[in-house]
Design a protein around this ligand. Structure first.
Ligand code: ADP
Length: 545
């Protein structure tokens, strides 16, 4: 027997309708690529989104067609988020930080029909246009005065295209399983693969993201969206902001420490999300400007994911900003939220290192995501906080396979998605990431967690950033090499570094050598690019070898 409740589909358009109806005046602030700060509100975003939906029809975009964006976070990108998906087409957010060959591959693979781009990427688009076979129309996301002088076929101006459209539009009643957006993984190994989200998966993920025990976002919040809208839907926050009508602040391409700090201060930001590398840029700005007092900002929470939070980063946000750090683990394939780190009532009595140990774990399961860790044979391992194995996840916002069946069937026999990460889970359900399976260092049959050692190294006052990789060793198969970027004006030596680590980690985890470099390579989503580091140090001879 079925229940008798209304079977209303879960649709993305309902989010912008709610925001425009109940929070029409709440501000949406963007720093544009052109430089100026632009202000609109949820009512204005809905109007623009409806004009986008009408423009889709005018450009011959059919339901299910893919529409690409190469764009920073702004109200224009936000209008596309709602207008494209709301009309039944698929918003394909392309990461502009990828190599041009990868962008070409991705746009062709997705067969994008229209490509919207910020003027920052005008030259890139001009270069790529002849290769982008499926793209019929290019739209520069700017006004007439700032149109780039490039040679691209069928080039339109965003503001003109939208101004010409009616603001009347009735959102279609789509099946909630309709594809809404498409995001390719960064493809650190092999070709990028497309993750195709649905309206249903997006709305359910958004509900979870608002809960007090996750990111706890409400209408009183001012959100600074540092995580890019091309990185797993900016972790779902553009949708979450609309569902509660929060104020949304978007930095455009201006992600340097000073710009972020200024936006936080001027817009009275209460919560901001980003990967550790952007926060390191903010810290660099603060280091260079000791008179700046981050406590004056009044930022309450900082959401961090995409890479592990180090103790040094957590303590700096807590002590200097007076802000709580909320870590999350996830991936493009998980929409992206898999687990979120929040304390339990029983932790209230804890302090010092005991408390920090829990705070630094990636997080606990949220409703909707089933977790398991398994050994090499797929056998489930205990949740004792010690046994580590391959992390598999399952749930309504976890991918069931890649776009166009790239990579074949990916789920295990129980329908779980293998994440490629290695983790432990403790008896309270806190997941701790040991490593990506391909980054873990295998020394004499034992595993060394590069994440753990990197985080401890980052606690040294002289270290700006640190990476650990495995280097070939005749006896142990692999041994760890520590690669360090020094903090400007600070001195740190190889022996000093090893002494520091020696008192904090097991002896056999201690790196066999330390090298200093000017900078470390990162992926397009801000992670340490270990493949490139391993290639660079392939022939490195460890002193112990
Ligand atoms: P990519 O396309 O580079 O894989 P994702 O953002 O999807 O980009 O990356 C997901 C991966 O990032 C995870 O599989 C995990 O290895 C890493 N990651 C995400 N969040 C965390 C975290 N809080 N701590 C450590 N690693 C993380």
């Amino acid at each position: 027997m079925f229940g008798l409740m209304q079977d209303r589909p879960l649709l993305i358009a309902s989010l912008i309708e709610h925001a425009a109806t109940f929070h029409p005046e709440t501000e949406i602030v963007s720093r544009l690529p052109e430089g100026a700060v632009h202000r609109t509100n949820w009512l204005g975003v809905r109007q623009r989104a409806k004009q986008v939906a009408n423009a889709m029809a005018a450009l011959g975009v059919q339901p299910g067609d893919r529409v690409g964006t190469l764009a920073w976070n702004s109200y224009r990108h936000l209008a596309l988020y709602y207008g494209v998906s709301g009309s039944g087409a698929v918003l394909h957010t392309v990461n502009p930080r990828l190599f041009p060959e990868q962008i070409d591959y991705i746009v062709n693979h997705a067969e994008d029909k229209v490509l919207f781009f910020d003027i920052t990427f005008a030259e890139l688009v001009e270069k790529l246009a002849p290769l982008l076979k499926s793209v019929k129309t290019f739209v520069a996301m700017t006004d007439r005065a700032h149109m780039p002088a490039i040679q691209v076929p069928n080039l339109l101006c965003f503001e003109e295209l939208l101004d010409a459209q009616s603001t009347d539009y009735t959102w279609p009643e789509l099946d909630e399983r309709t594809a809404s957006s498409l995001c390719y993984t960064s493809g650190t190994t092999g070709n990028p693969k497309g993750v195709l989200y649905s309206h249903r998966s997006t709305v359910l993920h958004t509900l979870m993201e608002l809960a007090p025990d996750t990111f706890g976002i409400s209408s009183g919040e001012t959100l600074l969206l540092v995580v890019p809208m091309f990185h797993a839907n900016a972790w779902g926050t553009p949708y979450a902001a609309a569902m509660v009508g929060a104020k949304l602040v978007m930095p455009g391409p201006h992600l340097d420490g000073k710009s972020i700090y200024t936006l936080m201060r001027d817009e009275k930001v209460t919560f901001s999300q980003g990967v550790p590398t952007v926060w390191l840029m903010l810290f660099q700005y603060l280091d260079a400007n000791p008179d700046v007092r981050p406590r004056e900002l009044g930022v309450k929470r900082i959401g961090i994911g995409g890479a592990a939070v180090s103790r040094a980063m957590l303590e700096r946000f807590e002590n200097d900003f007076g802000a709580e750090v909320v870590q999350g683990w996830g991936m493009t394939e998980t929409s992206p939220i898999g687990v979120i780190s929040k304390l339990l009532p029983k932790h209230a009595a804890l302090a010092g290192d005991e408390l920090l140990k829990i705070k630094l774990k990636q997080g606990r399961g949220v409703w909707g995501v089933d977790l398991k860790i398994v050994d090499e044979n797929g056998q489930a391992l205990p949740w004792d906080g010690k046994a580590f194995g391959h992390l598999h996840v399952r749930g309504p916002w976890i991918t069931s396979g890649y776009y166009k069946s790239e990579g074949g069937a990916v789920l295990d026999a129980e329908g779980f998605f293998p994440t490629g990460d290695v983790a432990t889970i403790d008896p309270d359900g806190y997941l701790q990431l040991v490593d990506r399976a391909k980054d873990v260092i295998k020394s004499g049959g034992e595993w060394i967690s590069s994440i753990d050692v990197e985080n401890i190294a980052m606690g040294h006052p002289g270290v700006a950033e640190a990476a650990i990789i495995g280097v070939a060793h005749p006896k142990w198969q692999e041994r760890p090499l520590l690669i360090v970027v020094k903090r400007p004006g600070q001195e740190v030596t190889r022996d000093g570094m090893l002494d520091y680590l020696g008192s904090r980690i097991a002896k056999w985890w201690l790196p066999d050598d330390v090298v200093f470099v000017d900078s470390l390579p990162h992926t397009a989503t801000g992670k340490l690019l270990k493949t490139s580091l391993r290639a660079q140090f392939k022939d490195y001879r460890l002193p112990t070898a």
